[in-house]
Design a protein around this ligand. Structure first.
Ligand code: 1CP
Length: 352
């Protein structure tokens, strides 16, 4: 059997020497790819695509066929958990995610059930199929939303830029908010442990909305629950690297390290070299090209890739990525230019 532990991605996460910096992209399977749009159409809608293991496997593999990526990420969504809790998830065309039954009072929080494992079996079936079909030498990343980010969608009922309901809840009914977040932390930990059992080689927690909180609320309502999840994963699978990504969380990197995670995702608002000096040799860093760069030119992309690599500097512990997900309007050949630039420039930073 191939020793996946020798993959560039897993070695970089462990801060072991690598010949070049590994690279993958958040949302690498997505609407910027014509073949993705075609498969989504075949599935009917986005949620049906997630719930069909064969088609979820197909779209997971699509970017690997086009580009020399160093990891695949399971094609799914963070909102599978609230869907499995019975909130009635749907995606209205052009509107993003919505729930038929948002969690809008304390009774609804108390009545909320941690999902039955069976209700998420389609995700584990997709993981097993992808692991079987993908190149043996490449790692597969599993993921979940952070409890805080899931709670934002569940309480608001849809995408929002204001977060009025969830912020009202944490300030006026903090005990109920903690009950909700505890149930979500338990659900997320169970879900990630199942993904590991099904075959993922690393897991990432997406805390997309942690950055809207005050420092004190970030600690109490987001980080504390991510820490519980990290501890549970590490207690069961110490060998599986855990990556934490709080968008807008640059000021809290030192606190995030204390969770016991292996790596931090860094958005484009941080300087990755400065982030490295702050976290020292405690964790690896993943990021952080501004996704807007992919809308410019090949020349500009190459220059900006080199800037990120130069800022991180010499030595292992860097997984190249965007600072957030790729947007649907990116020309696919610009992604190729980014990956080629990482391959061309990064060996310089790994000479012994
Ligand atoms: O085809 C489509 O129109 C759907 C677009 C889409 C895609 C491609 C959605 C709806 N989700 C996904 C896949 C997805 N979502 C992945 C797949 C793996 C990958 O290639 O990276 C992952 C990891 C996610 C995670 C996710 N979903 C997050 C966290 C990461 C992030 O981008 O911040 C969030 C916040 C969601 C919710 C969600 N699902 C979809 C959309 C458009 C959104 C965001 C809505 C919002 O802005 O509030």
């Amino acid at each position: 059997m191939y020793d996946l532990g020798q993959s560039l991605f897993l070695r970089a996460l462990r801060r072991q020497p690598v010949e070049r910096t590994p690279v993958w992209m958040m949302r690498q399977a997505g609407r910027y790819l014509p073949e993705y749009r075609k498969t989504r159409e075949q599935a009917g809608d986005f949620l049906s695509l997630c719930k069909n293991p064969e088609l979820a496997c197909e779209v997971t593999l699509q970017p690997l066929r086009r580009y020399a990526l160093d990891a695949a990420i399971l094609f799914s969504d963070i909102l599978t958990i609230p869907d499995a809790m019975g909130l009635g998830l749907y995606f209205a065309e052009g509107e993003g995610p919505c729930f038929l039954h948002p969690v809008q009072n304390v009774d609804a929080i108390i009545n909320l059930q941690v999902p039955e494992p069976d209700s998420l079996a389609y995700v584990m079936n997709a993981v097993r199929l992808i692991r079987q079909e993908m190149p043996k030498e490449l790692p597969l990343i599993g993921f979940a939303g952070s409890p805080w980010t899931l709670a934002c969608y569940m309480v608001e009922g849809k995408s929002t830029r204001e977060f009025k309901r969830i912020l009202h809840l944490i300030y006026t009914e903090s005990e109920a908010a903690h009950i909700l977040l505890s149930k979500l932390a338990e659900s997320v930990a169970d879900y990630l442990l199942e993904q590991i059992k099904a075959g993922v080689n690393s897991v990432m927690l997406f805390d997309t909305w942690g950055g809207i909180l005050t420092p004190e609320n970030y600690q109490n309502f987001s980080l504390q629950y991510m820490q519980k999840i990290v501890r549970q994963i590490k207690a069961n699978h110490p060998e599986i690297p855990v990556i934490l990504f709080t968008k807008g969380g640059g000021q809290w990197l030192e606190k995030m390290v204390l969770t016991g995670c292996d790596a931090l995702g860094i958005d484009w608002t941080c300087d990755i070299g400065e982030a490295r000096r702050r976290v020292g040799d405690k964790v690896a860093l993943q990021g952080n090209l501004d996704p807007a760069v992919l809308l410019t030119s090949k020349k500009c992309i190459r220059d900006q890739v080199n800037k990120v690599l130069t800022s991180y500097g010499a030595g292992s512990g860097h997984v190249f990525n965007l600072g957030h997900g790729i947007t649907p309007d990116v020309p696919p050949e610009h992604v190729a230019a980014m990956i080629e630039a990482v391959q061309e420039f990064s060996p310089f930073y790994h000479q012994q």
